[in-house]
Design a protein around this ligand. Structure first.
Ligand SMILES: Cc1ncc(COP(=O)(O)O)c(C=O)c1O
Length: 309
Protein backbone atom coordinates (compact mmCIF):
# COMPACT_ATOMS: atom_id res chain seq x y z
CA UNK A 1 0.00 0.00 0.00
CA UNK A 2 1.07 3.54 -0.76
CA UNK A 3 0.12 6.47 1.42
CA UNK A 4 0.90 10.06 0.49
CA UNK A 5 2.31 12.64 2.88
CA UNK A 6 3.88 16.05 2.59
CA UNK A 7 7.39 14.58 2.68
CA UNK A 8 9.01 11.38 3.79
CA UNK A 9 9.81 12.59 7.30
CA UNK A 10 6.12 13.29 7.73
CA UNK A 11 5.48 9.68 6.66
CA UNK A 12 7.96 8.46 9.28
CA UNK A 13 6.33 10.73 11.84
CA UNK A 14 3.02 9.02 11.11
CA UNK A 15 4.60 5.61 11.63
CA UNK A 16 6.19 6.53 14.94
CA UNK A 17 3.10 8.33 16.30
CA UNK A 18 0.06 6.60 14.96
CA UNK A 19 0.82 3.10 13.79
CA UNK A 20 1.53 -0.32 15.27
CA UNK A 21 5.15 0.74 15.79
CA UNK A 22 4.37 3.70 18.04
CA UNK A 23 4.94 2.03 21.40
CA UNK A 24 8.23 0.34 20.55
CA UNK A 25 11.52 1.51 22.09
CA UNK A 26 12.93 4.40 20.10
CA UNK A 27 16.32 3.35 18.85
CA UNK A 28 17.67 3.11 15.34
CA UNK A 29 20.75 2.19 13.30
CA UNK A 30 21.41 4.70 10.52
CA UNK A 31 24.01 4.72 7.72
CA UNK A 32 26.82 7.19 8.37
CA UNK A 33 26.35 8.67 4.89
CA UNK A 34 23.14 10.58 5.41
CA UNK A 35 21.73 14.10 5.44
CA UNK A 36 21.26 16.33 8.44
CA UNK A 37 17.46 16.48 8.05
CA UNK A 38 17.08 12.77 8.74
CA UNK A 39 19.35 12.83 11.79
CA UNK A 40 17.52 15.89 13.07
CA UNK A 41 14.21 14.14 12.63
CA UNK A 42 15.23 11.14 14.72
CA UNK A 43 16.79 13.35 17.37
CA UNK A 44 13.61 15.41 17.65
CA UNK A 45 11.67 12.17 18.07
CA UNK A 46 14.06 11.23 20.94
CA UNK A 47 15.57 8.23 19.19
CA UNK A 48 18.79 6.65 20.36
CA UNK A 49 20.93 6.62 17.21
CA UNK A 50 23.93 4.55 16.24
CA UNK A 51 25.66 4.83 12.85
CA UNK A 52 26.92 1.98 10.71
CA UNK A 53 29.55 2.55 8.05
CA UNK A 54 28.91 2.99 4.35
CA UNK A 55 31.74 2.18 1.94
CA UNK A 56 32.90 4.33 -0.94
CA UNK A 57 30.88 2.24 -3.39
CA UNK A 58 27.79 3.35 -1.42
CA UNK A 59 27.14 -0.12 -0.03
CA UNK A 60 27.05 -0.85 3.72
CA UNK A 61 30.23 -2.04 5.35
CA UNK A 62 28.82 -5.39 6.43
CA UNK A 63 31.82 -6.28 8.55
CA UNK A 64 31.31 -3.11 10.55
CA UNK A 65 27.56 -3.68 10.72
CA UNK A 66 27.92 -7.29 11.90
CA UNK A 67 30.26 -6.21 14.69
CA UNK A 68 27.63 -3.86 16.06
CA UNK A 69 25.87 -4.56 19.30
CA UNK A 70 22.24 -4.41 18.21
CA UNK A 71 20.35 -5.99 21.13
CA UNK A 72 19.06 -2.65 22.33
CA UNK A 73 17.98 -1.42 18.91
CA UNK A 74 14.51 -1.62 17.40
CA UNK A 75 14.91 -0.25 13.86
CA UNK A 76 17.49 -0.20 11.10
CA UNK A 77 17.25 2.08 8.07
CA UNK A 78 19.05 1.67 4.78
CA UNK A 79 19.14 4.00 1.78
CA UNK A 80 18.97 3.20 -1.92
CA UNK A 81 21.42 6.03 -2.56
CA UNK A 82 20.26 7.94 -5.62
CA UNK A 83 17.84 5.21 -6.56
CA UNK A 84 20.43 2.44 -6.99
CA UNK A 85 18.99 -0.60 -5.21
CA UNK A 86 20.98 -1.94 -2.29
CA UNK A 87 21.31 -5.66 -1.71
CA UNK A 88 17.89 -5.92 -0.07
CA UNK A 89 18.24 -9.63 0.64
CA UNK A 90 21.37 -9.10 2.75
CA UNK A 91 19.71 -6.34 4.76
CA UNK A 92 16.63 -8.52 5.28
CA UNK A 93 18.68 -11.51 6.48
CA UNK A 94 20.65 -9.29 8.83
CA UNK A 95 17.61 -7.62 10.34
CA UNK A 96 15.75 -10.91 10.69
CA UNK A 97 18.66 -12.52 12.55
CA UNK A 98 18.99 -9.50 14.84
CA UNK A 99 15.25 -8.98 15.28
CA UNK A 100 15.36 -5.46 13.86
CA UNK A 101 12.56 -3.70 11.98
CA UNK A 102 13.87 -2.80 8.55
CA UNK A 103 13.09 0.60 6.99
CA UNK A 104 13.71 0.98 3.27
CA UNK A 105 14.57 4.57 2.36
CA UNK A 106 14.16 5.34 -1.33
CA UNK A 107 13.94 9.12 -0.86
CA UNK A 108 16.19 9.72 -3.87
CA UNK A 109 14.58 7.37 -6.37
CA UNK A 110 10.80 7.71 -6.32
CA UNK A 111 9.11 5.28 -8.69
CA UNK A 112 12.23 3.20 -9.28
CA UNK A 113 11.53 -0.47 -9.89
CA UNK A 114 13.42 -3.58 -8.91
CA UNK A 115 12.31 -6.87 -10.47
CA UNK A 116 9.14 -5.07 -11.54
CA UNK A 117 8.24 -3.96 -8.01
CA UNK A 118 8.45 -0.38 -6.76
CA UNK A 119 11.36 0.24 -4.40
CA UNK A 120 10.09 0.97 -0.91
CA UNK A 121 7.88 -2.14 -0.90
CA UNK A 122 10.44 -4.75 0.02
CA UNK A 123 10.76 -4.38 3.80
CA UNK A 124 8.68 -3.83 6.95
CA UNK A 125 7.95 -0.36 5.64
CA UNK A 126 9.52 2.13 3.27
CA UNK A 127 9.57 5.79 2.32
CA UNK A 128 10.21 7.92 -0.73
CA UNK A 129 10.34 11.64 -1.50
CA UNK A 130 8.87 12.34 -4.94
CA UNK A 131 8.97 16.08 -4.18
CA UNK A 132 12.76 15.80 -4.53
CA UNK A 133 12.88 14.22 -7.98
CA UNK A 134 9.61 14.90 -9.81
CA UNK A 135 9.54 18.33 -11.34
CA UNK A 136 6.92 20.86 -10.30
CA UNK A 137 5.62 19.26 -7.09
CA UNK A 138 4.90 21.43 -4.08
CA UNK A 139 5.12 18.48 -1.73
CA UNK A 140 5.10 14.70 -1.78
CA UNK A 141 6.37 11.93 0.46
CA UNK A 142 5.28 8.32 0.29
CA UNK A 143 4.90 5.65 2.94
CA UNK A 144 4.93 2.04 1.75
CA UNK A 145 3.67 -0.79 3.92
CA UNK A 146 0.63 -2.30 5.54
CA UNK A 147 -0.89 0.23 7.87
CA UNK A 148 -4.49 -0.07 9.05
CA UNK A 149 -6.84 2.90 9.00
CA UNK A 150 -4.52 5.48 7.57
CA UNK A 151 -6.97 8.35 7.59
CA UNK A 152 -4.95 11.18 6.24
CA UNK A 153 -7.90 13.53 5.92
CA UNK A 154 -7.62 14.06 9.63
CA UNK A 155 -3.92 14.34 9.14
CA UNK A 156 -3.87 18.04 8.76
CA UNK A 157 -5.57 20.11 6.17
CA UNK A 158 -4.76 21.48 2.81
CA UNK A 159 -3.42 24.73 4.19
CA UNK A 160 -0.83 24.70 1.45
CA UNK A 161 -3.51 24.58 -1.25
CA UNK A 162 -5.29 27.61 0.15
CA UNK A 163 -2.08 29.59 0.12
CA UNK A 164 -1.21 28.45 -3.35
CA UNK A 165 -4.57 29.63 -4.64
CA UNK A 166 -3.85 33.01 -3.14
CA UNK A 167 -0.49 33.07 -4.86
CA UNK A 168 -2.11 32.22 -8.18
CA UNK A 169 -4.56 35.10 -7.75
CA UNK A 170 -1.57 37.34 -7.11
CA UNK A 171 -3.48 38.65 -4.14
CA UNK A 172 -3.13 40.72 -2.00
CA UNK A 173 0.15 41.97 -3.33
CA UNK A 174 3.38 40.67 -4.81
CA UNK A 175 5.32 41.99 -1.82
CA UNK A 176 3.26 40.11 0.74
CA UNK A 177 3.49 36.98 -1.38
CA UNK A 178 7.24 37.26 -1.55
CA UNK A 179 7.83 38.22 2.05
CA UNK A 180 5.23 36.15 3.85
CA UNK A 181 3.46 33.47 1.88
CA UNK A 182 6.26 31.88 -0.08
CA UNK A 183 8.62 31.57 2.91
CA UNK A 184 5.70 30.18 4.93
CA UNK A 185 4.96 27.58 2.28
CA UNK A 186 8.61 26.64 2.07
CA UNK A 187 8.80 26.15 5.83
CA UNK A 188 5.59 24.08 5.80
CA UNK A 189 6.85 22.01 2.91
CA UNK A 190 9.93 21.10 4.88
CA UNK A 191 8.12 20.38 8.12
CA UNK A 192 7.31 16.80 9.03
CA UNK A 193 4.52 17.48 11.46
CA UNK A 194 1.19 15.98 10.55
CA UNK A 195 0.76 17.26 7.06
CA UNK A 196 -0.57 15.41 4.10
CA UNK A 197 0.36 16.01 0.49
CA UNK A 198 -1.33 18.92 -1.28
CA UNK A 199 -4.02 18.07 -3.86
CA UNK A 200 -2.12 19.47 -6.83
CA UNK A 201 0.96 17.32 -6.21
CA UNK A 202 -1.17 14.28 -5.37
CA UNK A 203 -3.00 14.59 -8.67
CA UNK A 204 0.25 15.01 -10.53
CA UNK A 205 1.78 11.93 -8.90
CA UNK A 206 -1.30 9.85 -9.74
CA UNK A 207 -0.81 10.77 -13.39
CA UNK A 208 2.91 10.16 -13.37
CA UNK A 209 3.99 7.89 -16.17
CA UNK A 210 6.72 5.81 -14.55
CA UNK A 211 7.50 3.89 -17.72
CA UNK A 212 8.09 7.06 -19.66
CA UNK A 213 10.23 8.40 -16.83
CA UNK A 214 12.28 5.22 -16.86
CA UNK A 215 12.81 5.39 -20.63
CA UNK A 216 13.93 9.01 -20.41
CA UNK A 217 16.37 8.13 -17.66
CA UNK A 218 17.70 5.19 -19.62
CA UNK A 219 18.30 7.18 -22.80
CA UNK A 220 19.87 10.06 -20.89
CA UNK A 221 22.03 7.63 -18.92
CA UNK A 222 23.31 6.11 -22.14
CA UNK A 223 23.99 9.34 -24.01
CA UNK A 224 25.50 11.17 -21.06
CA UNK A 225 27.73 8.31 -19.99
CA UNK A 226 29.15 8.18 -23.52
CA UNK A 227 30.01 11.89 -23.38
CA UNK A 228 31.60 11.51 -19.96
CA UNK A 229 33.61 8.43 -20.91
CA UNK A 230 34.88 10.16 -24.01
CA UNK A 231 36.17 12.87 -21.70
CA UNK A 232 37.74 10.26 -19.43
CA UNK A 233 35.44 11.04 -16.54
CA UNK A 234 34.91 8.16 -14.20
CA UNK A 235 31.27 7.07 -13.75
CA UNK A 236 30.47 4.60 -10.99
CA UNK A 237 28.06 2.39 -12.97
CA UNK A 238 29.17 2.28 -16.56
CA UNK A 239 26.79 -0.10 -18.25
CA UNK A 240 23.06 0.29 -18.30
CA UNK A 241 21.20 -2.57 -16.73
CA UNK A 242 17.54 -2.55 -15.69
CA UNK A 243 18.39 -3.91 -12.21
CA UNK A 244 20.64 -0.93 -11.57
CA UNK A 245 17.62 1.32 -11.80
CA UNK A 246 19.75 4.34 -12.73
CA UNK A 247 17.78 7.31 -11.45
CA UNK A 248 20.92 9.45 -11.25
CA UNK A 249 24.36 9.23 -12.77
CA UNK A 250 27.08 8.97 -10.15
CA UNK A 251 30.51 10.42 -10.87
CA UNK A 252 33.56 9.96 -8.73
CA UNK A 253 34.87 13.36 -7.73
CA UNK A 254 38.41 14.21 -8.58
CA UNK A 255 40.32 17.47 -8.82
CA UNK A 256 41.79 16.20 -12.11
CA UNK A 257 38.64 16.74 -14.07
CA UNK A 258 36.66 19.20 -11.97
CA UNK A 259 36.95 22.02 -14.52
CA UNK A 260 36.29 19.75 -17.47
CA UNK A 261 33.13 18.54 -15.79
CA UNK A 262 31.91 22.07 -15.07
CA UNK A 263 32.40 22.97 -18.74
CA UNK A 264 30.64 19.84 -19.92
CA UNK A 265 27.69 20.55 -17.67
CA UNK A 266 27.30 24.01 -19.21
CA UNK A 267 27.68 22.72 -22.74
CA UNK A 268 25.34 19.74 -22.35
CA UNK A 269 22.93 21.42 -19.96
CA UNK A 270 23.08 19.04 -17.02
CA UNK A 271 23.14 19.88 -13.32
CA UNK A 272 25.85 18.63 -11.03
CA UNK A 273 24.60 17.89 -7.55
CA UNK A 274 26.57 17.01 -4.45
CA UNK A 275 24.97 15.33 -1.45
CA UNK A 276 24.52 15.75 1.44
CA UNK A 277 24.70 19.47 2.03
CA UNK A 278 27.30 20.59 4.52
CA UNK A 279 26.09 19.94 8.04
CA UNK A 280 25.12 23.10 9.88
CA UNK A 281 25.24 21.64 13.36
CA UNK A 282 28.68 21.13 14.79
CA UNK A 283 27.76 17.97 16.63
CA UNK A 284 26.99 16.18 13.35
CA UNK A 285 30.20 17.16 11.61
CA UNK A 286 32.04 13.94 12.43
CA UNK A 287 29.26 11.67 11.21
CA UNK A 288 29.60 11.80 7.47
CA UNK A 289 32.13 9.19 6.51
CA UNK A 290 31.98 9.94 2.80
CA UNK A 291 32.34 13.63 2.34
CA UNK A 292 31.47 15.06 -1.05
CA UNK A 293 33.13 12.19 -2.87
CA UNK A 294 30.65 12.19 -5.71
CA UNK A 295 28.75 14.27 -8.17
CA UNK A 296 25.22 13.24 -9.11
CA UNK A 297 23.28 14.10 -12.21
CA UNK A 298 19.51 13.82 -12.26
CA UNK A 299 18.62 11.85 -15.35
CA UNK A 300 15.14 13.24 -15.85
CA UNK A 301 15.25 16.88 -14.94
CA UNK A 302 13.54 17.85 -18.18
CA UNK A 303 10.53 15.57 -17.62
CA UNK A 304 7.68 17.12 -15.72
CA UNK A 305 5.99 13.84 -14.95
CA UNK A 306 2.75 14.12 -16.87
CA UNK A 307 1.46 11.28 -19.01
CA UNK A 308 2.35 11.53 -22.67
CA UNK A 309 -0.53 12.86 -24.78
C1 LIG B 1 18.08 9.61 2.22
C2 LIG B 1 17.04 10.58 2.69
N1 LIG B 1 15.96 10.11 3.35
C3 LIG B 1 14.99 10.95 3.79
C4 LIG B 1 15.09 12.32 3.58
C5 LIG B 1 13.99 13.19 4.06
O1 LIG B 1 13.22 13.59 2.95
P1 LIG B 1 11.98 14.56 3.06
O2 LIG B 1 12.50 15.94 2.81
O3 LIG B 1 11.04 14.10 2.00
O4 LIG B 1 11.40 14.40 4.41
C6 LIG B 1 16.22 12.84 2.93
C7 LIG B 1 16.42 14.28 2.75
O5 LIG B 1 16.13 15.13 3.50
C8 LIG B 1 17.21 11.96 2.45
O6 LIG B 1 18.28 12.41 1.79
Amino acid sequence: MKHYFINSRSALNYVFEKSKYKDLPKSILLPDYICEEVIDFFQKKFFKISFYKVKKNLEPDLINLKKKQTDNFTFILFIHFFGYPQNIKKFKNFSKKRNLILIEDNAHGYGGLYNGKELGNFCDFGISSPHKTIKGLYSGGVLYGRFKNVNLDKYHPNTLNKFKKLIKMKFPSILIIKKVLKPYINIQARSYKSLKIDDFSFDKLKKLNINKLKLIKKSYFQSLSKILEKNKINIIHKNYNAKLNPWFLIIKRSKKYEKKLQNLSKKNNFHLITWPAKFKKKRYKKINSIKKEFYFIDLSFTYDGYKAN
